[in-house]
Design a protein around this ligand. Structure first.
Ligand SMILES: *[C@@H]1O[C@H](CO)[C@@H](O)[C@H](O)[C@H]1NC(C)=O
Ligand SMILES: *[C@@H]1O[C@H](CO)[C@@H](O)[C@H](O)[C@H]1NC(C)=O
Ligand SMILES: *[C@@H]1O[C@H](CO)[C@@H](O)[C@H](O)[C@H]1NC(C)=O
Ligand SMILES: *[C@@H]1O[C@H](CO)[C@@H](O)[C@H](O)[C@H]1NC(C)=O
Ligand SMILES: *[C@@H]1O[C@H](CO)[C@@H](O)[C@H](O)[C@H]1NC(C)=O
Ligand SMILES: *[C@@H]1O[C@H](CO)[C@@H](O)[C@H](O)[C@H]1NC(C)=O
Ligand SMILES: *[C@@H]1O[C@H](CO)[C@@H](O)[C@H](O)[C@H]1NC(C)=O
Ligand SMILES: *[C@@H]1O[C@H](CO)[C@@H](O)[C@H](O)[C@H]1NC(C)=O
Ligand SMILES: [Zn+2]
Length: 453
């Protein structure tokens, strides 16, 4: 019997030690399909993605950051910071001090990115590790004088296949090895804007194409022998909601366009007054019942969107599905950028690999929680951030995690065991003490445990 136990234990220990795979550093591929709204997963079919999830984990809703736009949210994923803290506060920005402009087409000045340090830079500060990027906002910019060792300049005309081919080549062949890599794809965002998420027929087609790309990704990783050891996260920056020509807010009907500069337009407008701020505010305040107007100092704390020079003195936040315009017709049938508490703005997250459980579903995390989780997987010390590692523990195989139903189960189980043990002890004591005269009395004195009542 003893021998058996020893054998079992030694088996366990050698099993845990594994072999060569232990000396390999962990690797992570972070994939974003732009504008993948969380509930697309419930409302459309994704056979390849569902297979991926079956062998991995799914987080059904990721609460992203305000404003729910592309550049700010992609930077929050890789820094764990709210927008006010990483400095990419919109896709269009203006800095009053330096008079610099930023837009998604003119984003290469490191000035805009240097308020934070993305994970691909931190990863490369480790000895013998490099990072690679098949696009991701910021990866073609020398942030703190560092780009990923391998990257592509942004170009929407590079096919998914080419991005995938090149990123996997880098993952396989490089020395020092690529341990962190990104892969970015513009859909389903582009089609979500064009058709609107309520256009079931077109979205069905587009989302089937996305699922096929995920199929290609998994197939390629398997063929190249990367599938078992590579951790893969598939996520997105934001969701999408339906807009309408019947839901327009025309600023020109409320205020002369010469009294302010518009840095960003919709659905969150960034207003830089050219005249008295109070006057501009008062006119905008009564412009529409379908938009909130905030002086910078009054922006609700829950947005974490206030403490940065690049946030303008007045911001306008349209209600879900409303579009702010300047005397123009509706520009897009779908949009995002709205309040980050709206579930239509949330993306999802799925992950697969040696770091993750298999077949586990989780309700929600914050997008800023992804960063400390990625640092943990890569063995990096996270920089100060707004995420909570504990929120992602249930996804990870090397973490002890308690979720509520499990916790209740454990407590009930423990109580049952205790009760049984106590009962047994009492029975034993009774038996042993039968010959002794006053034993019955003694037992009753000690017997104050309510559990056995
Ligand atoms: C480690 O395990 C792999 C299979 O997982 C095997 O091919 C290899 O020979 C092993 N190496 C050692 C040193 O045992
Ligand atoms: C880095 O790689 C070199 C050459 O492969 C090796 O000699 C060195 O020990 C490695 N350093 C660390 C910290 O792994
Ligand atoms: C990116 O573009 C810049 C300038 O256009 C060029 O100098 C650089 O070589 C390009 N980098 C890559 C990796 O293609
Ligand atoms: C991908 O790799 C091929 C082969 O090395 C190269 O010719 C091509 O320019 C790369 N594509 C991009 C977008 O960097
Ligand atoms: C709005 O545009 C129309 C023409 O498209 C023009 O006649 C009208 O004056 C404009 N109104 C304002 C307030 O700019
Ligand atoms: C302001 O409105 C006038 C017409 O009312 C128009 O000609 C001009 O282009 C507008 N300026 C801006 C910055 O939109
Ligand atoms: C701005 O306008 C408000 C009311 O219209 C006025 O009370 C305030 O003094 C003005 N501020 C400046 C700096 O002119
Ligand atoms: C977010 O994290 C940064 C860096 O630690 C910190 O400066 C900032 O105060 C945090 N924001 C909030 C709302 O806690
Ligand atoms: Zn986006």
């Amino acid at each position: 019997m003893k021998l058996l136990v020893i054998l079992l234990f030694s088996g366990l220990i050698t099993g845990c030690r594994g072999n060569s795979s232990h000396s390999l550093p962990p690797k992570l591929l972070l994939v974003s399909f732009d504008g993948f709204r969380a509930d697309y997963l419930q409302n459309y079919e994704f056979p390849h993605l569902q297979n991926f999830i079956k062998e991995g984990v799914l987080v059904e809703h990721v609460k992203n950051v305000f404003i729910t736009k592309t550049f700010p949210n992609h930077y929050s994923i890789v820094t764990g910071l709210y927008e006010e803290s990483h400095g990419i506060v919109a896709n269009s920005m203006y800095d009053v001090i330096t008079k610099k402009h930023f837009s998604d087409l003119d984003d290469k000045d490191p000035f805009w990115w240097n308020e934070a340090v993305p994970i691909w830079v931190t990863n490369q500060l480790q000895e013998n590790r490099s990072s690679a990027a098949a696009m991701w906002p910021g990866t073609d910019v020398p942030i703190h004088n560092t780009t990923p060792s391998y990257f592509m300049n942004y170009s929407s005309s590079v096919s998914f296949e080419e991005r995938l081919n090149n990123i996997t080549t880098w993952l396989i062949n490089s020395n020092p090895p690529v341990t962190f890599a990104t892969l970015y794809w513009e859909e389903p965002d582009a089609s979500g804007h064009k058709y609107g998420p309520e256009d079931k027929e077109n979205m069905y087609r587009v989302l089937k194409e996305i699922d096929d790309l995920i199929g290609e990704l998994v197939h390629k990783l398997k063929v190249l022998g990367l599938w078992e050891n590579l951790n893969v996260i598939i996520t997105s920056d934001h969701g999408m909601t339906q807009c309408s020509k019947d839901r327009l807010i025309n600023l020109d009907r409320c205020i002369d366009n010469s009294s302010y500069a518009l840095i960003d337009l919709t659905p969150v407008a960034a207003v830089l007054p050219k005249i008295n701020t109070t006057e501009v505010y008062n006119k905008l305040k009564v412009c529409s019942p379908h938009m909130n107007v905030y002086l910078k100092e009054d922006i609700p704390a829950r947005f974490h969107y206030q403490h940065n020079n690049r946030i303008q003195p007045i911001i306008l936040v349209a209600d879900e599905g409303w579009t702010i315009v300047l005397n123009k017709s509706l520009p897009k049938l779908g949009d995002h950028g709205y309040d980050n508490s709206l579930s239509s703005m949330h993306p999802f997250l799925a992950a697969h690999g040696p770091a993750f459980h298999k077949g586990y579903k989780h309700n929600t995390i914050n997008s800023v929680d992804i960063y400390p989780m990625m640092c943990h997987i890569l063995g990096l010390k996270p920089r100060p951030n707004n995420g909570t590692f504990g929120h992602t523990k249930c996804l990870l195989v090397d973490q002890w995690c308690i979720n509520l139903p499990e916790a209740v189960g454990i407590v009930i189980g423990a109580l049952l065991v205790l009760t049984t043990l106590t009962g047994l002890i009492i029975i034993m004591q009774n038996r042993l003490s039968v010959p002794r005269p006053f034993s019955r009395l003694q037992l009753q004195e000690d017997d104050d445990d309510p559990l056995i009542e």
